[in-house]
Design a protein around this ligand. Sequence first.
Ligand code: GLU
Length: 436
Amino acid sequence: MNPDKPTMTTATVDKTVRKEGMYEVVMEQFAHAADIMDLDPGVRKILAKTNSEIVVHFPVKLDNGKIEVFTGYRVQHNNALGPYKGGLRYHQTVDIDSARALAIWMTWKTALAGLPYGGAKGGIQIDPKLYSQNELERITRRFTYALGDNIGPDLDIPAPDINTNAQIMAWIADTYSSTKSPATRFSNLHVVTGKPLGAGGLEGRDRATGFGVVVTLKAWAKRRNKSVKGMKYIVQGFGNVGYWTAHFLLKEGATLIAVQDATATLFDPKGIDPEALLAHSDANGRTIKGFTGAKEMEPKEFFALDCDIVVPAALGNQITGENAGSIKAMVVAEGANGPTNTEGERLLREKNIDIIPDILCNSGGVIGSYYEWLQNKRSEIWKIAEVLEMLEEKLEDAFTKVADTAAEFKVDWRTSAYIVALRRLEKAYKERGIFP
Ligand code: GLU
């Protein structure tokens, strides 16, 4: 056992961690769009509730021999369009409200992208940095076992989210299929997406979300008769989404001038190299602190930096009444889920700052997941070039639909993205009817 590593019990989960408060935000966004499009009242009632909410408490033996009991969540919001789909996050802020909000956003996201999926989300309320790899493996496997048949390749398909990765998805797939008959082992591969390549993963799924953020930014620039080339941008969060967004924006000739994570805020007006920063972060337990290629600055000043593009790619409720008024950029590209709250949004709108809404901007991830799921179902292996090409086409289509619907209803892009998604759900309910 590592004597420096704090041992944690559920009782000592950091209660100072601020709740993200995303549930209120998603319900306000939903009510606003439903009013404007005059959503069928019955469908509105259905979509205002989640279909099922699973909370599991499960024990795991830690490396020091002690037993810890963890709490995991899976909220399944709606499956009118197909199996439930959405990530699992390992974070201190995971609770029933955040899982509900994130599950609801997944329903809108998959409907908007035209995928045959519903929406779900879940995770475990932990700080994974406090656990060894072996402990994380046992926690993940025991969580999967506790979820049992509440997930499944045609029922509910988890994927990576904050602090979960391809390795964790491989453990879930292996645990799930190990509890089933050996005869079905390989027909269960697609119980999760975002797996490593050797375990049935898809080439390109790792970068799909960040790639998608950049595709939507290019589509935004085209609409505004601009080019992202030469633009300056800032990124909050340097996990999977933050890094890959920076990687692809560098290729487009944009300059990363600041990055913020939970440990530090880095600034260099001449540009920060995302590849060097990734190497630093990988070598330092996934933190940007201590990187010598940029200066550290006051975290409070981050959003007020002089730049063209802001990419929130971390937690929810980051752009709020407290900082939105100071943002100078032309556009906020929501790589994270729910990064802008209602007051933050009002202030951005007052300043005519465009928002590429999360359910469009970060939907490259779940679209990539859909291709992985299809690849597994068909027992095929696809190449990265074709994956990225299909992804780009799908996202450009979604962007066009959102922009055209915004013009039709004379509304902002978030509201129009909701309208496109809700129309599809409304149509499904109207055509199918309600059992019995
Ligand atoms: N966690 C990602 C999201 O929020 C991906 C979900 C998925 O691929 O199912 O969209």
